[in-house]
Design a protein around this ligand. Structure first.
Ligand code: NAD
Ligand code: GLY
Length: 371
């Protein structure tokens, strides 16, 4: 079965296409050709992804007459650091990467985020391509141009908006993804249903299990539908002046838990988002915005998928509500000293709640930690 869909992200002179399909790695040279100013690329990957896909991707480029250099970084969230960014930039300079060369991010959200950020600052801005290799990166981080590293004070606090020139989402690549990583990425798929598309959430309730067991047709449909949803939001609000913040559903809670677990294997980003989305719906119920039935459906679906829905499911987790609040105050949506959360009126109807009461929120967190 050969699948190929093109989703256009219309951003004026920063517009680009996202291709979702099978066997895209083998044809990567053909996809990149229209964007090349000279016949060379530099691939940035991590050790896990590099071991599996660097050779086939390099081979595909070579067979199109494209010269390849590669830089391999350690895997994991810790790679989104100043130290790794400095080494990466120095390595790119050593390779004499020019402004118009193409830098290729081959990996999950970690590689996409650090590579995109390096591309945004190297020689005041180089062009880059995303070849996302996790479900999370295919449906979310590779599209929309958010790039970042983490700071001591919080996640993704140092970064830039820098759009790729092309995204190749090859769903064949997802077959090697560990099941836990696939599930974590699935949380970001569910997010699109919860924030703005109730019929997609219903589709996922029915088809999610097949998708997670590797059905390529269902996987491709879910990736396409997610990318389309993200593309429309990014087109309307590239720099997050308003509605793009909806894509943060579950993230303010989630980031606090990720920070408290040290951005470690204890809690993957997508798992934190799943837990955060359950809490966002529960908090919406507490405020009387949302009916308990909708919150229960969200919890049931994510739980059935094997994603965490309560802080008590995180191993050895003993942070207090006040500790979580210190992370929440570092959220990028904090504005004029007020907390902003993405809450929901129902499944498919998320909204931006400004001026969330911190005292009430801390009480809610304290209760959630005991549930
Ligand atoms: P990741 O990049 O750490 O990848 C997860 C693990 O899977 C890594 O160990 C990696 O080596 C391995 N891996 C990747 N692809 C594989 C494959 N095909 N086969 C086998 N192993 C593979 O994690 P992620 O979940 O992709 O990304 C998380 C990051 O994305 C976080 O830092 C998060 O902040 C960021 N993010 C960014 C945005 C954005 O808009 N820029 C959106 C969402 C998330
Ligand atoms: N992942 C959130 C965003 O791209 O805005």
């Amino acid at each position: 079965m050969c699948i190929l869909e093109k989703i256009h992200v219309g951003l004026g002179d920063k517009s680009y296409d996202v291709f979702v399909g099978t066997s895209l790695i083998d044809r990567a040279g053909d996809f990149l050709a229209p964007h090349l100013r000279r016949d060379r690329v530099v691939i940035i990957t991590d050790e896990n992804v590099g071991a599996l896909y660097l050779a086939p991707l390099s081979q595909a480029f070579a067979s199109s007459g494209i010269k390849v250099d590669a830089i391999t970084l350690p895997p994991g969230e810790q790679t989104k650091s100043f130290e790794q960014l400095e080494q990466l930039c120095n390595a790119l300079i050593e390779l004499k990467v020019e402004r118009n060369d193409l830098i290729v991010a081959l990996g999950g959200g970690v590689i996409g985020d650090i590579t995109g950020f390096a591309a945004s600052i190297l020689r005041r801005g180089c062009r880059f391509v995303q070849i996302p290799t996790t479900l999370l990166a295919q449906v979310d981080s590779s599209v929309g141009g958010k790039t970042a590293i983490n700071a001591k004070g919080g996640k993704n606090l140092i970064g830039a908006f820098h759009q790729p020139v092309l995204v190749l989402a090859d769903i064949d690549i997802l077959t090697s993804l560990p099941p836990r990583e696939l599930r974590a990425g699935y949380a970001e798929v569910v997010k699109y249903g919860l924030l703005g598309d109730a019929s997609f959430f219903e589709w996922l309730e029915e088809n999610g299990p097949a998708l997670l067991s590797g059905d390529p047709a269902q996987m491709s449909l879910a990736v396409q539908r997610s990318v389309e949803a993200k593309a429309r939001i990014v087109e309307a609000d590239e720099k997050e002046a308003g509605q793009r913040a909806l894509l943060n559903l579950g993230h303010t809670f989630g980031h606090a838990f990720e920070a408290e677990t040290g951005y470690s294997q204890k809690l993957l980003h997508g798992e934190a988002v799943a837990l955060g989305m359950v809490m966002a719906f529960d908090y919406s119920v507490v405020h009387g915005f949302c009916s308990p039935d909708h919150a229960a459906r969200v919890r049931t679906h994510l739980e059935a998928t094997g994603l965490p829905v309560s802080p008590r499911q995180i191993n050895d987790f003993d942070a207090s509500a006040s500790k979580l609040m210190t992370h929440i105050w570092q959220d990028k949506k904090v504005s004029s000293g007020k907390l902003t959360f993405i809450l929901a009126r129902e499944i498919g109807q998320a909204f931006i709640a400004n001026d969330v009461d911190p005292v009430h929120l801390e009480e809610f967190l304290a209760t959630s930690l005991q549930d």
